[in-house]
Design a binder for this molecule. Structure first.
Ligand code: RRO
Length: 293
C-alpha cells in the first residue's frame, strides 16, 4: 500500500479494491414473488431487486424453462418473462418499500418492455411509487412472438437510443440503470458506451444479461449464465469501465458463487455485484456466504 502511494500510481484503484461494494440479488423469477422478496428483507444485502416487471402480466414458459449443471455451474433459462404485471406491483410495492426502509435497504425495480413508450410508462409509474433505483432491461434474450424470436434491444444502437431518450424523459432527473447483453464485438460495445455517456441521467450499466440462444434439449434456445459466463463478464466489465465516463457505475452480474468472485469483479472495475444463478438456486441464504469478501 505504501509503495502504491509513494509511486503515485492509481491510489484510487488501490482504495477501490479495498472497499466493500454492494452485493445483491439480480432480477430473476426468484425476485418477483412476495415470499422470496420478504426473505430478502431478513438478509444483510443493501439493495433488493424486484422484477423484471412488464406492463402486462406474463405467464412465462413454465414447462421447460431452466436447466443447470452442478459440476460446471452452468445455467440455461428460457423463463419467458413470467411476472404479475405492473398493476400488481403498484399495489404490493408501497408496503414493501416501507419495510425495506426500516431495514435501511434500497428497493430496485427492474423493468422489461418492447417499445420505448412502454419503458417510459413503466419508469413514470414506478418513480411515483418511491422505488430507489430503476434498472431498464434492454437485453432479455427470451422474447418470442409465436414462433418468431424478437431481437434484443441493446444490440441495435438506434433502438437503444430511442429507449434511452424515452425512458430518460419519463425519469425527469431520476437516474436510471441499463442492463445490457454481452457484446462480442468491441466496436458495438464502444458505440453502446458512447450512447450512455451522452445521456445525462444514466447511473449505471449492468453487465451482462445472459448469453442469448445457447441450447439444451430441456430448455430449447435459452440464455446462458452461471460460472462459465464469468470470464466473459469480467471482460465486459473491464471494457465498459474503460469506456464509460467516470460518473457511470459498472454493475457486474455473471457466475458469482464465492466471495473471491466478488473481489475479482471489484478489481476489474465493478462498483456493485449482482447474483443471478446462485441466488435463483439457493435463495436468500446465499448472501450470508457471498458477503464475506
Ligand atoms: O424471463 C426471462 O426469460 C429472462 C429475462 Br426477462 C432476462 O432478462 N434474462 C434472461 O436470461 N431471462
Amino acid at each position: 500500500m505504501q509503495n502504491t502511494i509513494a509511486l503515485g500510481v492509481p491510489v484510487y484503484f488501490k482504495i477501490h479494491t479495498m472497499l466493500r461494494i454492494p452485493v445483491y440479488n439480480a432480477a430473476c423469477p426468484r425476485s418477483k414473488e412476495p415470499a422470496d422478496l420478504e426473505a430478502l428483507l431478513a438478509t444483510r444485502i443493501p439493495v433488493i431487486t424486484v422484477g423484471s416487471i412488464s406492463l402486462e402480466k406474463q405467464g412465462g414458459n413454465r414447462a421447460k424453462a431452466y436447466r443447470s449443471d452442478p459440476e460446471t455451474g452452468l445455467s440455461l433459462n428460457s423463463f419467458g418473462l413470467p411476472n404479475r404485471g405492473l398493476a400488481y406491483y403498484e399495489k404490493y410495492l408501497p408496503a414493501f418499500i416501507e419495510k425495506a426502509r426500516i431495514r435501511r435497504k434500497k428497493v430496485r425495480a427492474s423493468i422489461v418492455a418492447r417499445h420505448p413508450r412502454e419503458f417510459a410508462a413503466l419508469v413514470r409509474r414506478l418513480r411515483h411509487l418511491g422505488v430507489d433505483q430503476i434498472e431498464v432491461n434492454v437485453s432479455c434474450p427470451n422474447v418470442w412472438d409465436g414462433k418468431i424470436q424478437k431481437g434484443i434491444i441493446a444490440f441495435s444502437p438506434a433502438l437503444l437510443c430511442r429507449v434511452v431518450v424515452s425512458a430518460g424523459r419519463a425519469a425527469r432527473g431520476f437516474p436510471l440503470d441499463y442492463k445490457v447483453p454481452p457484446y462480442s464485438d468491441p466496436g458495438l460495445l464502444a458505440r453502446v458506451a458512447t450512447i450512455f455517456n451522452a445521456a445525462p441521467g444514466v447511473r449505471a450499466v449492468v453487465t451482462a444479461n445472459t448469453f442469448p440462444n445457447a441450447w439444451s434439449r430441456k430448455t430449447g434456445l435459452a440464455g446462458l449464465g452461471g460460472s462459465p459466463f464469468r470470464a466473459i463478464v469480467l471482460g465486459q466489465v473491464v471494457q465498459f469501465r474503460k469506456l464509460l465516463r467516470p460518473g457511470i457505475r459498472v454493475v457486474a452480474i455473471g457466475g458469482v458463487s464465492s466471495p473471491e468472485h466478488v473481489r475479482e469483479y471489484r478489481a476489474a472495475g465493478a462498483a456493485e455485484v449482482q447474483v443471478g444463478t446462485q441466488y435463483f438456486e439457493q435463495g436468500a441464504r446465499v448472501f450470508a456466504r457471498l458477503n464475506r469478501y
